[in-house]
Design a protein around this ligand. Sequence first.
Ligand SMILES: *[C@@H]1O[C@H](CO)[C@@H](O)[C@H](O)[C@H]1NC(C)=O
Ligand SMILES: *[C@@H]1O[C@H](CO)[C@@H](O)[C@H](O)[C@H]1NC(C)=O
Ligand SMILES: *[C@@H]1O[C@H](CO)[C@@H](O)[C@H](O)[C@H]1NC(C)=O
Ligand SMILES: *[C@@H]1O[C@H](CO)[C@@H](O)[C@H](O)[C@H]1NC(C)=O
Length: 161
Amino acid sequence: MILWAFVTVLCVARTAHSRIEQPEKVMIVELGNSVTLRCISCNNNIFWYKQVAGQQPRVISAFQKLSEPIFYNKYKNERFWGKRLSCSTNLTISDIIQSDEAVYYCASREFYTEFGNGTHLKIKGHQAAAYKNSNLDHLNSSIKCRQKFNENSTTEMCNYL
Ligand SMILES: *[C@@H]1O[C@H](CO)[C@@H](O)[C@H](O)[C@H]1NC(C)=O
Ligand SMILES: *[C@@H]1O[C@H](CO)[C@@H](O)[C@H](O)[C@H]1NC(C)=O
Ligand SMILES: *[C@@H]1O[C@H](CO)[C@@H](O)[C@H](O)[C@H]1NC(C)=O
Ligand SMILES: *[C@@H]1O[C@H](CO)[C@@H](O)[C@H](O)[C@H]1NC(C)=O
């Protein structure tokens, strides 16, 4: 009886500690490049899910400790592959396209499904747009600077204002 209780407590403690770590919160990748999403969990059944903002998470693939990964639906193509070595499960997406932008969740299923905190995959095109805007802002402020002070003052001078 005491042994049984001990084993139960041990099992509960172990379940409570089953962490699913996704070390990267955000990854930024350029169109056409590839990216490897990392998940660290020692649980047996590991899944990767993709969630596009405002939609339900969709399963990409399943990994068991001792078998080849299974890819589902449209993820059954050469752009997606994965590898598991004991507690490390990687999902690699190559030839990145715009619609790959999403949050990718690693999950484990024992008695119920538990999720990691997710990795937000961002496509660099969006960053470039933001950068262009900030360049415009910059240009604008140096124009304003010249209007304010002296039409002949150099851009270099205004850049530091
Ligand atoms: C997930 O995020 C929460 C809140 O930021 C944090 O407390 C927790 O440690 C994170 N989990 C892992 C496995 O990184
Ligand atoms: C996953 O990728 C990381 C670095 O990107 C590497 O250190 C690790 O060994 C990889 N794990 C597997 C199972 O391939
Ligand atoms: C430049 O400044 C003007 C006046 O302050 C503003 O109306 C305009 O939106 C600015 N343009 C950009 C690209 O920031
Ligand atoms: C700016 O330069 C022009 C020609 O180089 C000159 O005629 C004008 O007086 C200058 N303006 C000021 C405010 O220095």
